[in-house]
Design a protein around this ligand. Structure first.
Ligand code: ADP
Ligand code: MG
Length: 586
Protein backbone atom coordinates (compact mmCIF):
# COMPACT_ATOMS: atom_id res chain seq x y z
CA UNK A 1 0.00 0.00 0.00
CA UNK A 2 2.82 2.39 0.91
CA UNK A 3 4.64 1.70 -2.31
CA UNK A 4 1.60 2.30 -4.47
CA UNK A 5 0.50 5.27 -2.39
CA UNK A 6 4.01 6.66 -2.71
CA UNK A 7 3.90 6.13 -6.46
CA UNK A 8 0.68 8.16 -6.62
CA UNK A 9 2.30 10.98 -4.63
CA UNK A 10 5.39 10.96 -6.86
CA UNK A 11 3.22 11.04 -9.96
CA UNK A 12 1.33 14.12 -8.68
CA UNK A 13 4.51 15.88 -7.61
CA UNK A 14 6.09 15.26 -11.01
CA UNK A 15 3.03 16.57 -12.80
CA UNK A 16 3.24 19.91 -10.95
CA UNK A 17 6.88 20.22 -9.83
CA UNK A 18 6.76 24.00 -9.39
CA UNK A 19 3.95 24.24 -6.87
CA UNK A 20 5.11 21.07 -5.17
CA UNK A 21 8.59 22.56 -4.56
CA UNK A 22 7.08 25.81 -3.35
CA UNK A 23 4.89 23.96 -0.87
CA UNK A 24 7.88 21.97 0.43
CA UNK A 25 9.89 25.20 0.68
CA UNK A 26 7.02 26.78 2.64
CA UNK A 27 6.97 23.79 4.98
CA UNK A 28 10.75 23.93 5.50
CA UNK A 29 10.53 27.66 6.25
CA UNK A 30 7.71 27.00 8.69
CA UNK A 31 9.64 24.29 10.50
CA UNK A 32 12.70 26.52 10.75
CA UNK A 33 10.47 29.31 12.07
CA UNK A 34 9.29 26.99 14.86
CA UNK A 35 12.91 26.29 15.83
CA UNK A 36 13.80 29.97 15.54
CA UNK A 37 10.87 31.03 17.72
CA UNK A 38 11.92 28.51 20.38
CA UNK A 39 15.43 29.97 20.31
CA UNK A 40 14.20 33.57 20.43
CA UNK A 41 11.75 32.93 23.29
CA UNK A 42 14.51 31.09 25.21
CA UNK A 43 16.98 33.93 24.83
CA UNK A 44 14.44 36.64 25.60
CA UNK A 45 13.55 34.73 28.76
CA UNK A 46 17.19 34.24 29.79
CA UNK A 47 18.53 37.65 28.88
CA UNK A 48 15.58 39.96 29.44
CA UNK A 49 12.67 38.65 31.47
CA UNK A 50 14.54 36.76 34.21
CA UNK A 51 17.17 39.51 34.83
CA UNK A 52 14.41 42.12 34.98
CA UNK A 53 12.19 40.12 37.31
CA UNK A 54 15.00 38.84 39.55
CA UNK A 55 17.33 41.78 39.71
CA UNK A 56 15.22 44.66 38.50
CA UNK A 57 17.75 45.21 35.73
CA UNK A 58 17.41 48.14 33.35
CA UNK A 59 15.68 46.85 30.21
CA UNK A 60 15.66 50.00 28.07
CA UNK A 61 18.48 48.78 25.79
CA UNK A 62 17.15 45.27 25.36
CA UNK A 63 13.41 45.84 24.99
CA UNK A 64 13.35 46.93 21.35
CA UNK A 65 15.80 44.33 19.99
CA UNK A 66 13.84 41.63 21.85
CA UNK A 67 10.53 42.93 20.53
CA UNK A 68 11.85 43.07 17.01
CA UNK A 69 13.20 39.55 17.21
CA UNK A 70 9.80 38.25 18.32
CA UNK A 71 7.99 40.22 15.60
CA UNK A 72 10.37 39.10 12.85
CA UNK A 73 10.05 35.46 13.80
CA UNK A 74 6.28 35.83 13.84
CA UNK A 75 6.30 37.37 10.35
CA UNK A 76 8.64 34.63 9.13
CA UNK A 77 6.29 31.98 10.50
CA UNK A 78 3.19 33.64 9.07
CA UNK A 79 4.74 34.04 5.63
CA UNK A 80 5.83 30.41 5.68
CA UNK A 81 2.31 29.24 6.60
CA UNK A 82 0.79 31.30 3.79
CA UNK A 83 3.31 29.98 1.29
CA UNK A 84 2.94 26.37 2.35
CA UNK A 85 -0.84 26.35 2.49
CA UNK A 86 -1.34 28.33 -0.73
CA UNK A 87 1.11 26.25 -2.71
CA UNK A 88 -0.21 22.95 -1.30
CA UNK A 89 -3.79 24.02 -2.00
CA UNK A 90 -2.91 25.14 -5.51
CA UNK A 91 -1.10 21.85 -6.07
CA UNK A 92 -4.02 19.79 -4.81
CA UNK A 93 -6.73 21.59 -6.79
CA UNK A 94 -4.61 21.82 -9.92
CA UNK A 95 -3.94 18.08 -9.86
CA UNK A 96 -7.66 17.45 -9.27
CA UNK A 97 -8.60 19.61 -12.24
CA UNK A 98 -6.02 17.86 -14.44
CA UNK A 99 -7.29 14.46 -13.36
CA UNK A 100 -10.92 15.38 -14.10
CA UNK A 101 -10.01 16.76 -17.48
CA UNK A 102 -8.03 13.65 -18.43
CA UNK A 103 -10.81 11.44 -17.11
CA UNK A 104 -13.54 13.04 -19.24
CA UNK A 105 -11.30 13.03 -22.30
CA UNK A 106 -10.57 9.35 -21.77
CA UNK A 107 -14.21 8.45 -21.06
CA UNK A 108 -15.45 10.05 -24.26
CA UNK A 109 -13.06 7.93 -26.30
CA UNK A 110 -14.47 4.67 -24.97
CA UNK A 111 -16.86 2.37 -26.78
CA UNK A 112 -20.60 2.53 -26.22
CA UNK A 113 -20.48 -1.09 -25.09
CA UNK A 114 -18.41 -0.01 -22.10
CA UNK A 115 -20.96 2.65 -21.15
CA UNK A 116 -23.69 0.02 -21.14
CA UNK A 117 -21.89 -1.72 -18.29
CA UNK A 118 -21.51 1.43 -16.19
CA UNK A 119 -23.77 3.45 -13.98
CA UNK A 120 -23.62 7.17 -14.68
CA UNK A 121 -23.87 7.98 -10.99
CA UNK A 122 -20.80 5.89 -10.23
CA UNK A 123 -18.86 7.59 -13.02
CA UNK A 124 -19.88 10.96 -11.58
CA UNK A 125 -18.66 9.83 -8.17
CA UNK A 126 -15.34 8.73 -9.68
CA UNK A 127 -14.74 12.11 -11.28
CA UNK A 128 -15.82 13.92 -8.13
CA UNK A 129 -15.24 12.24 -4.76
CA UNK A 130 -12.71 9.64 -5.92
CA UNK A 131 -10.54 12.29 -7.55
CA UNK A 132 -10.83 14.42 -4.40
CA UNK A 133 -10.03 11.48 -2.13
CA UNK A 134 -7.24 10.37 -4.45
CA UNK A 135 -5.44 13.69 -4.18
CA UNK A 136 -5.79 13.86 -0.40
CA UNK A 137 -2.14 13.03 0.05
CA UNK A 138 -1.15 16.37 -1.47
CA UNK A 139 -2.39 18.31 1.55
CA UNK A 140 0.03 16.93 4.18
CA UNK A 141 2.80 15.68 1.91
CA UNK A 142 4.82 18.91 1.49
CA UNK A 143 4.56 19.52 5.24
CA UNK A 144 5.64 15.95 5.86
CA UNK A 145 8.71 16.38 3.69
CA UNK A 146 9.54 19.81 5.16
CA UNK A 147 9.19 18.59 8.70
CA UNK A 148 11.34 15.54 8.08
CA UNK A 149 14.19 18.08 7.97
CA UNK A 150 13.31 18.78 11.59
CA UNK A 151 13.35 15.06 12.22
CA UNK A 152 16.85 14.68 10.80
CA UNK A 153 18.14 17.74 12.71
CA UNK A 154 16.75 16.79 16.09
CA UNK A 155 17.75 13.15 15.74
CA UNK A 156 21.35 14.20 14.98
CA UNK A 157 21.40 16.45 18.05
CA UNK A 158 20.04 13.74 20.36
CA UNK A 159 22.57 11.21 19.07
CA UNK A 160 25.38 13.69 19.71
CA UNK A 161 24.28 14.18 23.32
CA UNK A 162 23.90 10.57 24.41
CA UNK A 163 23.97 7.25 22.59
CA UNK A 164 21.96 5.27 25.12
CA UNK A 165 19.15 7.75 25.45
CA UNK A 166 18.87 8.13 21.70
CA UNK A 167 18.59 4.34 21.35
CA UNK A 168 15.67 4.30 23.78
CA UNK A 169 14.07 7.26 21.98
CA UNK A 170 14.37 5.57 18.58
CA UNK A 171 12.86 2.32 19.75
CA UNK A 172 9.87 4.24 21.10
CA UNK A 173 9.57 6.37 17.96
CA UNK A 174 9.81 3.30 15.71
CA UNK A 175 6.96 1.85 17.77
CA UNK A 176 4.88 4.94 17.08
CA UNK A 177 5.57 4.83 13.36
CA UNK A 178 4.66 1.13 13.35
CA UNK A 179 1.36 1.87 15.09
CA UNK A 180 0.68 4.60 12.54
CA UNK A 181 1.43 2.25 9.67
CA UNK A 182 -0.84 -0.38 11.04
CA UNK A 183 -3.56 2.23 11.44
CA UNK A 184 -3.04 3.39 7.87
CA UNK A 185 -3.40 -0.16 6.61
CA UNK A 186 -6.68 -0.65 8.47
CA UNK A 187 -7.81 2.77 7.34
CA UNK A 188 -7.08 1.85 3.75
CA UNK A 189 -9.61 -0.97 3.61
CA UNK A 190 -12.14 1.20 5.44
CA UNK A 191 -11.59 4.08 3.00
CA UNK A 192 -12.02 1.63 0.17
CA UNK A 193 -15.45 0.63 1.47
CA UNK A 194 -16.30 4.30 1.95
CA UNK A 195 -15.53 5.11 -1.68
CA UNK A 196 -17.57 2.16 -2.93
CA UNK A 197 -20.52 3.32 -0.79
CA UNK A 198 -20.10 6.90 -2.01
CA UNK A 199 -20.33 5.58 -5.55
CA UNK A 200 -23.52 3.69 -4.68
CA UNK A 201 -25.16 6.70 -3.05
CA UNK A 202 -24.30 8.86 -6.04
CA UNK A 203 -25.57 6.24 -8.43
CA UNK A 204 -28.94 5.97 -6.67
CA UNK A 205 -29.23 9.76 -6.45
CA UNK A 206 -28.51 10.08 -10.14
CA UNK A 207 -31.08 7.47 -11.03
CA UNK A 208 -33.75 9.00 -8.78
CA UNK A 209 -33.25 12.48 -10.18
CA UNK A 210 -33.05 11.27 -13.76
CA UNK A 211 -36.21 9.25 -13.31
CA UNK A 212 -38.02 11.91 -11.26
CA UNK A 213 -40.92 11.99 -13.72
CA UNK A 214 -41.50 8.22 -13.59
CA UNK A 215 -41.11 8.11 -9.83
CA UNK A 216 -43.68 10.85 -9.33
CA UNK A 217 -46.05 9.43 -11.92
CA UNK A 218 -46.02 6.00 -10.29
CA UNK A 219 -46.17 7.37 -6.76
CA UNK A 220 -42.88 5.78 -5.75
CA UNK A 221 -41.47 8.77 -3.89
CA UNK A 222 -41.42 6.99 -0.51
CA UNK A 223 -39.86 3.89 -1.99
CA UNK A 224 -37.11 5.87 -3.74
CA UNK A 225 -36.47 7.97 -0.65
CA UNK A 226 -36.07 4.82 1.39
CA UNK A 227 -33.76 3.26 -1.17
CA UNK A 228 -31.59 6.36 -1.04
CA UNK A 229 -31.76 6.52 2.73
CA UNK A 230 -30.64 2.91 3.15
CA UNK A 231 -27.58 3.56 1.01
CA UNK A 232 -26.71 6.86 2.65
CA UNK A 233 -27.11 5.38 6.14
CA UNK A 234 -24.68 2.64 5.22
CA UNK A 235 -22.25 5.33 4.11
CA UNK A 236 -22.83 7.30 7.30
CA UNK A 237 -22.13 4.25 9.47
CA UNK A 238 -18.95 3.50 7.56
CA UNK A 239 -17.75 7.09 7.86
CA UNK A 240 -18.42 7.10 11.60
CA UNK A 241 -16.52 3.84 11.84
CA UNK A 242 -13.56 5.44 10.02
CA UNK A 243 -13.70 8.46 12.34
CA UNK A 244 -13.76 6.26 15.43
CA UNK A 245 -10.80 4.32 14.14
CA UNK A 246 -8.89 7.52 13.44
CA UNK A 247 -9.70 8.88 16.90
CA UNK A 248 -8.57 5.67 18.58
CA UNK A 249 -5.26 5.68 16.78
CA UNK A 250 -4.79 9.36 17.46
CA UNK A 251 -5.31 8.89 21.18
CA UNK A 252 -2.98 5.91 21.12
CA UNK A 253 -0.24 7.82 19.32
CA UNK A 254 -0.58 10.88 21.56
CA UNK A 255 -0.45 8.63 24.62
CA UNK A 256 2.68 6.95 23.34
CA UNK A 257 4.29 10.33 22.72
CA UNK A 258 3.67 11.38 26.33
CA UNK A 259 4.90 8.01 27.54
CA UNK A 260 8.15 8.56 25.67
CA UNK A 261 8.74 11.82 27.52
CA UNK A 262 8.25 10.04 30.87
CA UNK A 263 10.50 7.15 29.83
CA UNK A 264 13.19 9.57 28.70
CA UNK A 265 13.03 11.46 32.01
CA UNK A 266 13.37 8.24 34.02
CA UNK A 267 16.17 6.91 31.82
CA UNK A 268 17.77 10.36 31.91
CA UNK A 269 17.67 10.43 35.72
CA UNK A 270 19.47 7.08 35.78
CA UNK A 271 22.10 8.39 33.36
CA UNK A 272 22.53 11.54 35.47
CA UNK A 273 23.06 9.41 38.58
CA UNK A 274 25.74 7.40 36.82
CA UNK A 275 27.32 10.70 35.81
CA UNK A 276 27.14 10.14 32.05
CA UNK A 277 25.01 13.14 31.21
CA UNK A 278 24.22 16.48 32.82
CA UNK A 279 20.85 17.84 33.89
CA UNK A 280 21.13 20.43 31.12
CA UNK A 281 21.51 17.61 28.58
CA UNK A 282 18.26 16.01 29.75
CA UNK A 283 16.42 19.35 29.50
CA UNK A 284 17.75 19.75 25.95
CA UNK A 285 16.77 16.22 24.98
CA UNK A 286 13.25 16.62 26.34
CA UNK A 287 12.91 19.86 24.41
CA UNK A 288 14.25 18.23 21.24
CA UNK A 289 11.82 15.35 21.72
CA UNK A 290 8.93 17.79 21.92
CA UNK A 291 10.14 19.22 18.61
CA UNK A 292 10.37 15.72 17.21
CA UNK A 293 6.72 15.11 17.94
CA UNK A 294 5.77 17.58 15.18
CA UNK A 295 7.24 15.53 12.33
CA UNK A 296 6.12 12.28 13.96
CA UNK A 297 2.52 13.51 14.03
CA UNK A 298 2.75 14.77 10.45
CA UNK A 299 4.26 11.50 9.26
CA UNK A 300 1.33 9.69 10.84
CA UNK A 301 -0.99 12.01 9.00
CA UNK A 302 0.87 11.43 5.73
CA UNK A 303 0.54 7.67 6.20
CA UNK A 304 -3.19 7.93 6.76
CA UNK A 305 -3.56 10.20 3.77
CA UNK A 306 -1.68 7.71 1.66
CA UNK A 307 -4.28 5.14 2.68
CA UNK A 308 -7.10 7.46 1.77
CA UNK A 309 -5.51 8.55 -1.51
CA UNK A 310 -4.79 5.05 -2.60
CA UNK A 311 -8.39 3.99 -1.88
CA UNK A 312 -9.75 6.85 -3.99
CA UNK A 313 -7.17 6.83 -6.72
CA UNK A 314 -7.43 3.13 -7.49
CA UNK A 315 -11.02 3.77 -8.58
CA UNK A 316 -9.87 6.62 -10.81
CA UNK A 317 -7.05 4.48 -12.15
CA UNK A 318 -9.51 1.68 -12.93
CA UNK A 319 -11.27 4.03 -15.34
CA UNK A 320 -7.99 5.25 -16.84
CA UNK A 321 -7.01 1.62 -17.35
CA UNK A 322 -10.08 0.79 -19.41
CA UNK A 323 -8.73 0.08 -22.87
CA UNK A 324 -12.03 -0.34 -24.69
CA UNK A 325 -11.08 2.52 -26.94
CA UNK A 326 -12.70 2.87 -30.33
CA UNK A 327 -9.93 2.16 -32.87
CA UNK A 328 -9.49 4.69 -35.67
CA UNK A 329 -7.65 4.85 -38.98
CA UNK A 330 -6.31 7.96 -40.67
CA UNK A 331 -8.78 8.61 -43.49
CA UNK A 332 -10.09 12.17 -43.67
CA UNK A 333 -13.54 13.19 -44.95
CA UNK A 334 -13.91 13.40 -48.71
CA UNK A 335 -14.52 16.87 -50.01
CA UNK A 336 -17.00 15.42 -52.49
CA UNK A 337 -20.27 17.17 -53.17
CA UNK A 338 -22.37 14.06 -53.62
CA UNK A 339 -24.23 11.60 -51.47
CA UNK A 340 -22.47 8.61 -50.02
CA UNK A 341 -22.49 5.17 -51.59
CA UNK A 342 -23.18 2.78 -48.72
CA UNK A 343 -22.46 -0.93 -48.71
CA UNK A 344 -22.59 -3.62 -46.08
CA UNK A 345 -20.92 -6.98 -46.66
CA UNK A 346 -22.00 -10.00 -44.62
CA UNK A 347 -22.53 -7.80 -41.58
CA UNK A 348 -23.35 -9.59 -38.34
CA UNK A 349 -23.67 -8.03 -34.94
CA UNK A 350 -24.54 -8.95 -31.40
CA UNK A 351 -24.58 -6.77 -28.32
CA UNK A 352 -22.22 -7.81 -25.59
CA UNK A 353 -23.22 -11.17 -24.21
CA UNK A 354 -26.42 -11.17 -26.26
CA UNK A 355 -27.74 -13.12 -29.20
CA UNK A 356 -26.99 -12.21 -32.79
CA UNK A 357 -29.15 -9.21 -33.60
CA UNK A 358 -28.00 -8.63 -37.19
CA UNK A 359 -27.24 -11.72 -39.25
CA UNK A 360 -25.23 -11.76 -42.47
CA UNK A 361 -26.67 -8.58 -43.90
CA UNK A 362 -25.64 -7.49 -47.40
CA UNK A 363 -26.69 -4.04 -48.41
CA UNK A 364 -25.99 -1.58 -51.21
CA UNK A 365 -27.43 1.91 -51.31
CA UNK A 366 -26.61 4.17 -54.21
CA UNK A 367 -25.73 7.83 -53.71
CA UNK A 368 -28.50 10.31 -53.04
CA UNK A 369 -31.25 7.76 -52.68
CA UNK A 370 -33.85 8.09 -49.95
CA UNK A 371 -34.23 4.69 -48.34
CA UNK A 372 -36.85 3.67 -45.79
CA UNK A 373 -36.03 0.89 -43.35
CA UNK A 374 -39.19 -0.94 -42.34
CA UNK A 375 -39.71 -3.91 -40.05
CA UNK A 376 -41.40 -5.12 -36.87
CA UNK A 377 -40.31 -3.86 -33.45
CA UNK A 378 -37.13 -5.54 -32.26
CA UNK A 379 -36.19 -6.69 -35.74
CA UNK A 380 -32.90 -4.77 -35.63
CA UNK A 381 -33.66 -1.54 -37.52
CA UNK A 382 -32.08 0.72 -34.91
CA UNK A 383 -29.10 -1.56 -34.57
CA UNK A 384 -28.58 -1.63 -38.32
CA UNK A 385 -28.69 2.16 -38.65
CA UNK A 386 -26.40 2.58 -35.63
CA UNK A 387 -23.91 0.28 -37.34
CA UNK A 388 -24.08 2.45 -40.48
CA UNK A 389 -23.14 5.49 -38.37
CA UNK A 390 -20.41 3.50 -36.63
CA UNK A 391 -21.89 3.91 -33.20
CA UNK A 392 -21.03 0.23 -32.93
CA UNK A 393 -18.72 -1.91 -35.01
CA UNK A 394 -19.98 -5.11 -36.68
CA UNK A 395 -18.95 -8.33 -34.96
CA UNK A 396 -18.06 -9.60 -38.43
CA UNK A 397 -18.28 -8.29 -41.99
CA UNK A 398 -17.71 -4.70 -43.00
CA UNK A 399 -19.53 -1.50 -43.79
CA UNK A 400 -18.14 1.00 -46.28
CA UNK A 401 -19.05 4.37 -47.65
CA UNK A 402 -17.67 5.01 -51.13
CA UNK A 403 -15.62 1.84 -50.75
CA UNK A 404 -13.89 3.01 -47.58
CA UNK A 405 -14.37 0.99 -44.41
CA UNK A 406 -15.95 3.02 -41.60
CA UNK A 407 -13.20 1.82 -39.27
CA UNK A 408 -10.46 3.35 -41.39
CA UNK A 409 -11.63 6.93 -40.78
CA UNK A 410 -9.72 9.16 -38.40
CA UNK A 411 -11.39 10.09 -35.13
CA UNK A 412 -14.07 12.74 -35.61
CA UNK A 413 -13.69 12.42 -39.42
CA UNK A 414 -16.72 10.19 -39.85
CA UNK A 415 -19.20 12.63 -38.28
CA UNK A 416 -18.20 14.98 -41.09
CA UNK A 417 -19.66 12.48 -43.57
CA UNK A 418 -22.41 10.76 -41.63
CA UNK A 419 -25.04 12.40 -39.44
CA UNK A 420 -27.16 10.19 -37.24
CA UNK A 421 -30.34 11.34 -35.53
CA UNK A 422 -31.87 9.07 -32.90
CA UNK A 423 -35.47 8.96 -31.76
CA UNK A 424 -34.45 10.40 -28.41
CA UNK A 425 -33.39 13.95 -29.24
CA UNK A 426 -30.74 14.99 -26.77
CA UNK A 427 -30.46 18.75 -26.46
CA UNK A 428 -27.97 20.69 -24.39
CA UNK A 429 -28.58 23.48 -21.94
CA UNK A 430 -27.68 26.08 -24.53
CA UNK A 431 -29.41 28.41 -26.98
CA UNK A 432 -31.29 27.05 -29.97
CA UNK A 433 -28.52 28.38 -32.17
CA UNK A 434 -25.85 26.73 -30.01
CA UNK A 435 -27.72 23.44 -30.11
CA UNK A 436 -28.03 23.46 -33.88
CA UNK A 437 -24.48 24.59 -34.64
CA UNK A 438 -23.12 22.41 -31.78
CA UNK A 439 -19.43 22.81 -32.37
CA UNK A 440 -19.35 23.39 -36.12
CA UNK A 441 -18.61 26.79 -37.56
CA UNK A 442 -21.98 27.60 -39.02
CA UNK A 443 -23.08 31.16 -39.72
CA UNK A 444 -26.61 32.32 -38.93
CA UNK A 445 -27.71 31.75 -42.49
CA UNK A 446 -26.72 28.08 -42.36
CA UNK A 447 -28.42 27.60 -39.01
CA UNK A 448 -31.67 29.16 -40.25
CA UNK A 449 -31.53 27.17 -43.50
CA UNK A 450 -31.09 23.92 -41.58
CA UNK A 451 -33.92 24.84 -39.21
CA UNK A 452 -36.19 25.63 -42.18
CA UNK A 453 -35.40 22.31 -43.80
CA UNK A 454 -36.12 20.54 -40.52
CA UNK A 455 -39.45 22.35 -40.14
CA UNK A 456 -38.24 24.07 -36.97
CA UNK A 457 -37.83 27.68 -38.13
CA UNK A 458 -41.43 28.77 -37.46
CA UNK A 459 -41.69 27.56 -33.88
CA UNK A 460 -38.20 28.79 -33.08
CA UNK A 461 -39.23 32.31 -34.11
CA UNK A 462 -42.17 32.05 -31.72
CA UNK A 463 -39.90 31.27 -28.76
CA UNK A 464 -39.36 34.27 -26.45
CA UNK A 465 -35.89 35.00 -27.81
CA UNK A 466 -35.99 33.13 -31.09
CA UNK A 467 -32.71 31.48 -31.94
CA UNK A 468 -31.20 32.90 -28.74
CA UNK A 469 -33.67 31.17 -26.42
CA UNK A 470 -31.98 28.94 -23.89
CA UNK A 471 -33.47 25.46 -23.83
CA UNK A 472 -32.69 24.24 -20.31
CA UNK A 473 -31.21 20.88 -19.48
CA UNK A 474 -32.09 18.33 -22.17
CA UNK A 475 -34.31 20.91 -23.80
CA UNK A 476 -37.17 20.18 -21.41
CA UNK A 477 -38.87 23.46 -22.28
CA UNK A 478 -39.80 22.07 -25.71
CA UNK A 479 -42.24 19.39 -26.82
CA UNK A 480 -40.91 16.05 -28.02
CA UNK A 481 -41.63 16.90 -31.66
CA UNK A 482 -39.91 20.27 -31.35
CA UNK A 483 -36.85 18.68 -29.80
CA UNK A 484 -36.72 16.16 -32.61
CA UNK A 485 -36.83 18.91 -35.24
CA UNK A 486 -33.98 20.79 -33.60
CA UNK A 487 -31.97 17.57 -33.50
CA UNK A 488 -32.73 17.11 -37.20
CA UNK A 489 -31.57 20.67 -37.94
CA UNK A 490 -28.38 19.94 -35.99
CA UNK A 491 -27.71 17.02 -38.33
CA UNK A 492 -28.60 18.99 -41.47
CA UNK A 493 -26.39 21.99 -40.70
CA UNK A 494 -23.43 19.60 -41.00
CA UNK A 495 -24.38 18.93 -44.64
CA UNK A 496 -23.76 15.21 -44.25
CA UNK A 497 -23.25 12.95 -47.24
CA UNK A 498 -25.17 10.26 -45.41
CA UNK A 499 -28.12 11.23 -43.23
CA UNK A 500 -29.55 8.55 -40.96
CA UNK A 501 -32.85 9.13 -39.18
CA UNK A 502 -33.77 6.40 -36.72
CA UNK A 503 -37.43 7.14 -36.15
CA UNK A 504 -36.25 10.69 -35.61
CA UNK A 505 -39.54 12.35 -36.47
CA UNK A 506 -41.83 10.01 -34.55
CA UNK A 507 -43.14 12.75 -32.26
CA UNK A 508 -43.73 15.19 -35.09
CA UNK A 509 -47.25 15.63 -36.42
CA UNK A 510 -47.72 13.26 -39.44
CA UNK A 511 -48.53 16.05 -41.88
CA UNK A 512 -45.54 18.09 -40.68
CA UNK A 513 -43.34 14.99 -40.90
CA UNK A 514 -44.45 14.34 -44.47
CA UNK A 515 -43.64 17.95 -45.39
CA UNK A 516 -40.19 17.73 -43.78
CA UNK A 517 -39.35 14.52 -45.61
CA UNK A 518 -40.64 15.91 -48.88
CA UNK A 519 -38.50 18.99 -48.48
CA UNK A 520 -35.50 16.83 -47.60
CA UNK A 521 -35.98 14.74 -50.69
CA UNK A 522 -36.33 17.73 -52.99
CA UNK A 523 -33.57 19.81 -51.38
CA UNK A 524 -30.25 20.53 -52.99
CA UNK A 525 -28.62 18.66 -50.13
CA UNK A 526 -26.19 16.14 -51.62
CA UNK A 527 -27.14 13.41 -49.18
CA UNK A 528 -28.02 9.79 -49.17
CA UNK A 529 -30.86 9.48 -46.66
CA UNK A 530 -31.78 6.42 -44.61
CA UNK A 531 -34.98 6.64 -42.57
CA UNK A 532 -36.39 4.14 -40.14
CA UNK A 533 -40.04 4.83 -40.83
CA UNK A 534 -43.44 3.70 -39.60
CA UNK A 535 -45.93 5.97 -41.31
CA UNK A 536 -47.09 4.99 -44.76
CA UNK A 537 -46.83 8.63 -45.77
CA UNK A 538 -43.10 8.64 -45.06
CA UNK A 539 -42.51 5.18 -46.49
CA UNK A 540 -44.07 6.14 -49.79
CA UNK A 541 -41.84 9.21 -50.02
CA UNK A 542 -38.75 7.01 -50.11
CA UNK A 543 -37.16 5.91 -53.38
CA UNK A 544 -36.71 2.41 -52.08
CA UNK A 545 -37.50 0.31 -49.04
CA UNK A 546 -35.37 -2.12 -47.05
CA UNK A 547 -37.55 -4.62 -45.21
CA UNK A 548 -35.92 -6.01 -42.11
CA UNK A 549 -37.11 -8.98 -40.09
CA UNK A 550 -35.31 -10.88 -37.33
CA UNK A 551 -32.02 -9.20 -38.04
CA UNK A 552 -32.00 -9.93 -41.74
CA UNK A 553 -32.87 -7.98 -44.86
CA UNK A 554 -35.83 -9.88 -46.22
CA UNK A 555 -36.48 -7.63 -49.22
CA UNK A 556 -35.11 -4.51 -50.83
CA UNK A 557 -37.04 -2.66 -53.55
CA UNK A 558 -39.70 -0.08 -54.21
CA UNK A 559 -42.68 0.23 -51.88
CA UNK A 560 -45.14 -0.87 -54.57
CA UNK A 561 -43.08 -3.91 -55.57
CA UNK A 562 -42.67 -4.99 -51.97
CA UNK A 563 -46.36 -4.50 -51.24
CA UNK A 564 -47.19 -6.80 -54.14
CA UNK A 565 -44.49 -9.43 -53.74
CA UNK A 566 -43.75 -9.68 -50.03
CA UNK A 567 -46.79 -10.70 -47.96
CA UNK A 568 -45.03 -10.00 -44.63
CA UNK A 569 -44.21 -6.47 -45.75
CA UNK A 570 -47.75 -5.67 -46.80
CA UNK A 571 -49.01 -6.94 -43.45
CA UNK A 572 -46.66 -4.82 -41.39
CA UNK A 573 -47.31 -1.62 -43.34
CA UNK A 574 -51.02 -2.23 -42.98
CA UNK A 575 -50.65 -2.82 -39.28
CA UNK A 576 -48.79 0.48 -38.91
CA UNK A 577 -51.47 2.27 -40.87
CA UNK A 578 -54.25 0.77 -38.72
CA UNK A 579 -52.36 1.69 -35.62
CA UNK A 580 -51.95 5.27 -36.78
CA UNK A 581 -55.61 5.48 -37.72
CA UNK A 582 -56.86 4.20 -34.40
CA UNK A 583 -54.56 6.63 -32.66
CA UNK A 584 -55.79 9.59 -34.64
CA UNK A 585 -59.40 8.57 -33.94
CA UNK A 586 -58.93 8.17 -30.24
P1 ADP B 1 -35.80 -2.12 -33.69
O1 ADP B 1 -35.16 -0.80 -33.82
O2 ADP B 1 -36.09 -2.77 -35.00
O3 ADP B 1 -37.00 -2.10 -32.82
P2 ADP B 1 -33.42 -2.83 -32.22
O4 ADP B 1 -32.30 -2.73 -33.19
O5 ADP B 1 -33.61 -1.71 -31.29
O6 ADP B 1 -34.77 -3.13 -33.02
O7 ADP B 1 -33.26 -4.14 -31.38
C1 ADP B 1 -32.91 -5.37 -31.94
C2 ADP B 1 -32.61 -6.36 -30.81
O8 ADP B 1 -31.45 -5.95 -30.13
C3 ADP B 1 -33.72 -6.45 -29.79
O9 ADP B 1 -33.87 -7.80 -29.46
C4 ADP B 1 -33.18 -5.69 -28.58
O10 ADP B 1 -33.60 -6.29 -27.40
C5 ADP B 1 -31.68 -5.80 -28.76
N1 ADP B 1 -30.99 -4.58 -28.32
C6 ADP B 1 -31.20 -3.34 -28.79
N2 ADP B 1 -30.37 -2.44 -28.22
C7 ADP B 1 -29.61 -3.15 -27.37
C8 ADP B 1 -28.56 -2.81 -26.49
N3 ADP B 1 -28.12 -1.56 -26.38
N4 ADP B 1 -28.01 -3.79 -25.76
C9 ADP B 1 -28.44 -5.05 -25.87
N5 ADP B 1 -29.41 -5.45 -26.68
C10 ADP B 1 -30.01 -4.52 -27.42
MG1 MG C 1 -35.69 1.11 -33.01
Amino acid sequence: MLREGGAIAVRFAKARPGSFSLAVLGAALFVSAIVASAVVIGRVTDELIIPVLDEGADYADLLWPALWAVILVAIWKAAAIVLRRTAAGYLQFRVQADARHDLIEHLLKLELAWYQRQSTGTLLAVSDTDVRQGTFILAPLPFGIGSSLLLIGTVTLIVLIDGWLSLIAFICLAGIVAVNMQGAWKMFSAFRDVQVLRGEVSSIAHESLDGALTIKALGRIDYETERFQTASEKLRDKLIHVLQMMATYRVGVEGLLSAITVIMLVAGAIRINSGDVTTGNIITITYLLSLLFIPIRIIGFVLWSIASSRAGWERVQDVYDVRDLVPYGDLLPQAEESGAHVTGKTVSFSYEGGETVITDVNLAIRPERVVAVVGPTGSGKSTLTALLARLWDPSSGSITIDGRDLRSFARSALPGEVAYVAQEAFLFDDTVRGNIAFGVLADDQDVVAAAQLAGAHEFILELPEGYDSVLGERGTSLSGGQRQRIALARALVRKPRLLILDDATSAVDPSVEARILERLRDSELPSTVIIVAYRTSSITLADEVVFVDEGQIVAHGSHSDLTQDVPGYARIVEAYADDAESRSES
